[in-house]
Design a protein around this ligand. Sequence first.
Ligand code: BT5
Length: 267
Amino acid sequence: MAKADPTSPLDLRYITEALTTSYIGRNLVYYTSVRSTNDEAKMLAQQGAPEGTVVVAEVQTAGRGRLGREWLSPSHVNLLLSLIFRPPLAPIQAQRLTMICSLAVADAIHDVAQIEAQIKWPNDLLLAGRKAGGILTELGLRGTLLDYVVVGLGLNVNLRKEQLPPELRLTATSVAEVLGRPIRREALLCTLLGQLERRYERLKAGEMPVSEWASRLATLGRWVRVSDAEGAVEGQADAVDEDGALLLRLKDGSQRRILIGDVTLRQ
Ligand code: BT5
């Protein structure tokens, strides 16, 4: 197998040959540069692209996080991709796709680099306590029904911290930084898509991912501060429910259910 070269473009032939999936990633749309793979995937989904379509790019000129934030990544070192699903779920259940994607990323990092990843509620992937990836899930509705779900993943693979702006260097990391050497992005991508297809099949067969997802959450049992557009609230992260909402125990003993927010872990 060729060695990992942290600057070369993704080898699409390698990916086609190494993929073990039957539909996820079989329609692979590759860009050297694109505004946002999520925007592209949403457009393709609206035009009828099949389930399992994957949009992947070497660099994004307008990569997005949640709530209008930016996702930053230099070109050719990381994985930037968006997947199209058409799941038989209600819109409120779409967080289950985020859960199986987070779990599949953790599986793949373990298989390829033997590193244990953790998840920070609701969508961060942590390696050694620092953010190595994030997921942005967006829905398309047809009336009140779910038409498609686009799950966007940004994963720092061969990134060196100096390639990020100074304010992110303390909180971010990459697979290569934790492992001590670069890895082949193609191998990680193919393993990830394989793990994801298995998990998606199980989800469609009725298996709930929430307890396994909860067991990987760095957040549970901790005293946390959760902020959203309306302000911040502190409490003990007690549990998550089936929709992925965080159940927070406040100081006065009451419980608050939080569907969207940002968590800061307290010591
Ligand atoms: C996320 O948002 O973590 C979801 C990121 C999803 C990015 C993917 S890339 C492919 C697809 N196409 C897109 O346009 N988006 C998706 P959020 O929880 O809002 O976190 C964003 C915050 O993470 C930023 O405000 C920064 O503080 C930090 N950040 C940005 N780039 C980072 C990086 N490369 N590594 C670690 N942290 C980063």
